[in-house]
Design a binder for this molecule. Structure first.
Ligand code: HEM
Length: 515
């Protein structure tokens, strides 16, 4: 039909249909890659690939089904992005350690603004290397030791808060309790602020942090970019993905600006929080170079950045990374630990005995931690079965052949941690909770990269030691005072959320008795 001699409607409809059909053919062609390369895997769901399974079954369940069925290297697609699921420990080592120059970066679905690009978790190549090497010295044992008094204060608040809850409730929701503790630790270690988030839930810092953490940044256009990666830049320009929740960016920017101004004007600053350490780090790094220390990350040239310290955007966004990367992970770990203790009274007794023998009722100390071997083994097993991050990935910067296997440019190489940690080859009766797997003798029987709760290689979790200390301190302080017991609301087995962080679906409700 002809409208005003200008528009021929049937030909428009035809053109649109042809366009859609061409896009569909494009996705079909993309979905032939693994078949052409001889990599086993499921027949991809049209257009969406494995996104459908991730949404319906969840990340961990999808991987736990795929890996036993197809083996230690599985080819799937996120939309049309090729994803290689690798649980072969030799290949893991080659890709994540030996070939890290090609696999330096994570898979970023959407690049948006300077703030996102400057997050250590998302930054790429030289920029990541600059930020990582600037932040690394803030996590040395010496610096972490200086933070222990702050963490101990948060432990006291944690015990008082639980005591307060016991009077009001039959069961206690553990992620709320340990969430408050984790938030307090981050507020003091990152910003030097003393907050008791359980006692003061309306505190401005607490409300803004919660806003930051609960706002979802996964938007529908992420899925469009996964299906049509060539739209990445257009989508990035059209939709600015928020890095932080509504309004909270301004709130935190103000805090950081104020703190940076205060600290810069006070050269004898006695603060030991991460903001101060990031401000100092440039100076410290220069000293290290003068002392002849070799750059441990080696290889990449970061000359563009080396003559400056972190700028304000980098300090802002990386202070916020403490929440993104360190909050959920660190609040769920002691919560899952409490759940397992309630389910296994014998293990709880053993932990009581060890802690009583080592510390009695005295607060934990840094030097006492290595003496508590059972705590170490128990926590390692918690992190095996409830690894906070069920998948980690790297993007291939260029075509590469590793151990005889061709991996094309832009492939997302993913380690499905939750499936790796349940591989019966390394973990007999994988669903059984058994801390004895982590005796020195048993550890020696497994390949090195069969256990990766904190990832591996140059991009391994930078907060690992802080997280372990924080979790151990929280567990010791609670176990010294309380006993975890299964209550009427405790779910066995516990349903988990489906996403990219391992969280309980309905919280963890336990009865707590005073010891
Ligand atoms: C039990 C607690 C935690 C677990 C299980 C955990 C786990 C992980 C994992 C699996 C990764 C990815 C590593 C890789 O790709 O190889 C990671 C990265 C990271 N984590 Fe953690 N994490 C925890 C706590 C923390 C804490 C407390 C902080 C900060 C204070 C933190 C900061 C980071 C950062 C900044 C990265 C990115 C590092 C980079 O790209 O260079 N994490 N974490």
């Amino acid at each position: 039909m002809d409208v005003l001699g200008l528009v021929d409607i049937p030909s428009w409809i035809f053109t649109i249909l042809l366009f859609i059909f061409t896009l569909y053919l494009y996705t079909l062609w993309k979905h032939t890659l693994w078949r052409r390369l001889g990599v086993p895997g499921p027949i991809p769901f049209p257009i969406l690939g494995s996104i459908k399974d991730l949404a319906v079954k969840g990340v961990s369940k999808t991987d736990q089904d795929l890996v036993p069925k197809y083996g230690s290297v599985v080819g799937v697609y996120n939309g049309t992005i090729p994803v290689l699921l690798v649980t072969d420990t030799d290949l893991i080592k080659e890709i994540f350690i030996k070939e890290y120059q090609t696999f330096t970066n994570r898979v970023l679905i959407l690049k948006t603004d300077d703030l996102l690009d400057s997050m250590i978790t998302a930054a790429e190549d030289d920029h990541w290397k600059f930020i990582r090497s600037t932040m690394t010295p803030t996590f040395t044992s010496g610096k972490l030791k200086n933070m222990l008094p702050m963490i101990l204060r948060c432990c006291d608040d944690l015990v008082n808060n639980i005591n307060g809850k016991l009077e009001q409730n039959d069961t206690v929701e553990m992620t709320e309790v340990f969430g408050g503790f984790t938030l307090d630790v981050i507020a003091s270690t990152a910003f030097g602020l003393q907050v008791n988030s359980q006692k003061e839930p309306d505190n401005e810092f607490v409300t803004n942090t919660k806003k930051t953490l609960t706002d979802s940044v996964v938007k529908p256009y992420f899925v469009i970019v996964m299906i049509f990666p060539f739209l990445k830049n257009l989508m990035g320009t059209l939709f600015k993905a928020p890095v932080f929740g509504e309004g909270s960016e301004d709130f935190f920017r103000n805090i950081v600006q104020q703190l940076v101004a205060e600290r810069k004007s006070n050269s004898n600053s006695h603060f030991r929080d991460f903001i101060q350490l990031m401000l100092n780090s440039h100076k410290d790094k220069t000293k290290e170079k003068e002392n002849g220390r070799i750059d441990e990350l080696g290889g990449l040239d970061f000359s563009e950045y080396k003559n400056r310290g972190m700028n304000e955007n980098e300090i802002l966004t990386n202070s916020m990374v403490f929440f993104g990367a360190g909050f959920d992970t660190t609040k769920t770990t002691p919560s899952f630990a409490a759940y397992v203790l309630a389910l296994h009274p014998d293990m709880q007794e053993r932990l009581f005995t060890e802690i009583d023998n080592e510390l009695g009722k005295s607060p934990p100390t840094y030097d006492s931690l290595p003496n508590m071997k059972y705590l170490e083994m128990f926590l390692a097993e918690v992190l095996r079965l409830y690894a906070a991050v069920p998948r980690i990935n790297r993007r291939a910067k260029s075509d590469i052949t590793v151990n005889g296997m061709f991996i094309p440019k832009d492939t997302d190489v993913t380690i499905p941690i939750s499936a790796l940690h349940r591989n019966p080859k390394y973990w007999p009766e994988p669903e059984k909770f058994d801390p004895e797997r982590f005796t020195d003798e048993n550890k020696a029987t497994r390949p090195m990269y069969s256990y990766l709760p904190f990832g591996l290689g140059p991009r391994v979790c930078i907060g690992m030691r802080l997280a372990l200390i924080e979790t151990k301190y929280a567990l010791i302080s609670t176990v010294q005072n309380f006993k975890f017991v299964v209550g009427s609301k405790t779910e066995i087995p516990m349903p988990l959320e489906k996403g990219f962080i391992t969280r309980p679906l309905n919280g963890i409700h336990l009865k707590i008795e005073k010891r």
